[in-house]
Unconditional design. Structure first.
Length: 590
């Protein structure tokens, strides 16, 4: 038998082509390599995660795409797993690369990552888009092309003819009468306006101004008010505060819970909506969230009297009256199903109900005390103070009061300082617990280590607000472990996670294209309005959509009907916007 020699030209060419094909296949982009799709700051930690058991202990390299040079070589971590997912991950660390540029990770036999950037002011553009998102949510005015580009639209919902629902009737405003209640933001993917959620949202954004005023003052979101002397953040907040003020009954100081149609509108443009809108029942939680955010806004808007004359005093008076009403009506909680048994038309839109107003009393009393210095409010803050720090969410706002007490602790009287010190200690206990061993988790982040981390709105109410609290802890202690863990949570939100999504519309190479958002769905434009955070993985699957997985951190689907995983909401947006702006401000200064 004749021997086959490799110098045979035909066989050599065949062998070369096969090898080349094999190599090309090995080096294709592989979605299992997950990283922050916006990129990395030059001097900070840089990690990627590979969702593949065989990636453990693998050698990898990082290539500079401009020079085509390999600039780093490393070895992946041992395999990692969680208690709720059968999938294994391995972590790649390449923090030593600090030169700005565009890069790509390569792993033999696995593939390449998508290209990524290393640069300063990394989050600036996205943070600005996060704030600009509120402009797109405005009601009652046209969203014009000079400010909105292709996402411009006609005005909708002037709300100048809003009916008093029987649940909200009073001697001066009987059922069936009308009030004017314009302005404000659409709450979420729907077109209604809710005081509880608006108050919380405003409080978060006002806190952003209080914590990072220098950064915020130089932000230009290109909104109609950008030419005035007030920072755009405060101009945007005003649009919602102005609506909230109309939701207070001038006769007794009580605050209506929401302004809504009886049921949700369809996926049509605001200008096409025709259903009658109502104000619904006064509640203690609405009154207290109103009181808290108005008191907080009052002390901030004193600095912009030139653009908003008299507003500060007006808001403080409104805050006091709402608080007094809640003190007299502490059990006036919103219970939609019970209400619908008594009054018609039945209301089936977002309830924003609650079983207790204790946390709202704490937040409102705290803000009124800080603004006025009056001990009557401090005494009530002490009465309702939480025993443990809890991440702030609309349904538990005690964390908002804690953050404000910590923020102003050194300027308070002696009794106030004692309470502020307690709140600070409890916040740091939480931050230490959340940060412990975070770097060893499957996605190298404090968030996402337990199945309970995933629920309706978790990208905001567990990932973003935890990142926000890490940054507060860093400001309080200068301990860089908190800053690092804030970065890790942002990395998770922006792509280093089990789904591989960057959860911000318009950013990253794999981001939501079909959010549950009537404005985006009805505008005839393929891309959704940019800058919005979507809710995130939710094993509850309340929308009954067909999800791709039952694993808690993979229970997400980018389809319009998925309100349980893919909706947007102003409260979620406020927490993410705070987090993104605060992180960029921190790392820019750092």
């Amino acid at each position: 038998m004749k021997a086959i020699h490799f110098y045979n030209p035909f066989l050599f060419l065949l062998f070369f082509c096969l090898c080349t094909s094999c190599t090309q296949k090995e080096l294709e982009t592989n979605d299992s390599i997950r990283l922050n799709q916006v990129g990395f700051y030059p001097s900070e930690e840089k990690l990627a995660v590979v969702v593949a058991e065989e990636a453990a202990y693998k050698k990898f390299s990082v290539r500079n795409l401009k020079t085509n040079q390999t600039v780093f070589k490393g070895v992946a971590s041992p395999p990692r797993s969680s208690s709720f997912s059968p999938k294994k991950t391995a972590v790649l660390s390449f923090s030593e690369i600090e030169t700005p540029g565009r890069y790509q990770i390569e792993i033999p036999s696995i593939g390449k990552s998508e290209p990524f950037d290393i640069k300063g002011r990394l989050l600036q553009d996205m943070a600005l888009a996060g704030l600009k998102a509120f402009y797109y949510q405005r009601t009652a005015i046209p969203i014009e092309e000079p400010y909105a580009g292709k996402w411009n639209r006609p005005a909708g919902h002037p709300d100048d003819n809003v009916m008093i629902h029987p649940s909200a009737a009073s001697p001066g405003r009987p059922a069936g009468s009308f009030i004017s209640s314009p302005k404000g933001w659409y709450d979420a993917g729907d077109y209604n306006k809710y005081v509880v959620n608006s108050g919380f949202t405003v409080g978060v954004l006002l806190s952003l101004f209080e914590d990072y005023p220098a950064y915020v003052m130089q932000m230009n979101t290109q909104i109609p008010e950008s030419a005035n002397t007030t920072p755009d953040l405060l101009d945007e907040i005003y649009w919602n505060l102005a609506w909230m003020l109309t939701m207070q009954d001038p006769a007794d100081g009580g605050v209506y819970h929401k302004l809504t149609t009886p049921g949700f509108e369809g996926f049509i443009t605001p200008a096409d909506c025709r259903k009658q809108r109502y104000v619904i029942a006064k509640t203690a939680t609405a009154a207290l969230d109103f009181a808290a955010s108005m008191a907080q806004a009052s002390r901030i808007f004193t600095a912009v009297e030139a653009d908003y004359p008299g507003l500060s005093d007006k808001m403080l008076e409104a805050s006091r009256r709402a608080f007094d009403w809640a003190v007299k009506n502490p059990d006036a909680l919103y219970k939609q199903e019970e209400m619908n048994k008594r009054f018609k038309p039945a209301i089936t839109t977002g309830a924003y109900g609650d079983r207790s107003a204790d946390d709202e009393f704490f937040w409102a009393a705290t803000e009124l005390y800080i603004t006025t210095g009056e001990n009557i409010y401090l005494n009530l803050a002490e009465k309702y103070a939480p025993k443990h720090f809890t991440l702030p969410v609309w349904s538990n706002v005690s964390g908002m009061g804690c953050l404000s007490m910590v923020r102003y602790g050194q300027s308070l009287n002696e009794k106030g300082k004692i309470l502020a010190d307690k709140m600070k200690a409890r916040l740091l206990v939480y931050a230490d617990s959340a940060a412990k061993n975070a770097e060893l988790s499957p996605y190298a982040a404090a968030y996402g280590r337990e199945a309970k981390d995933f629920f309706w709105g978790c990208n905001s109410d567990a990932a973003s607000n935890q990142g926000m609290v890490f940054l507060v802890a860093w400001l309080l202690t200068n301990d860089t472990k908190y800053l690092t863990n804030a970065i890790r949570n942002m990395d998770y939100i922006l792509g280093r996670n089990a789904t591989g999504y960057c959860y911000i519309t318009g950013y990253g190479y794999k981001s939501p294209m079909h959010p549950h958002h009537r404005l985006s769905a009805s505008d005839g434009i393929e891309e959704p309005i940019p800058g919005f955070l979507t809710g995130g993985p939710n094993p509850g699957k309340q929308d009954r959509c067909e999800y791709p997985s039952d694993i808690p951190d993979e229970c997400y689907i980018d389809v319009e009907p998925s309100y349980a995983s893919n909706e947007i909401a102003i409260n979620w947006q406020s927490l993410f916007t705070y987090f993104a702006i605060a992180l960029d401000a921190s790392l820019t200064a750092n």
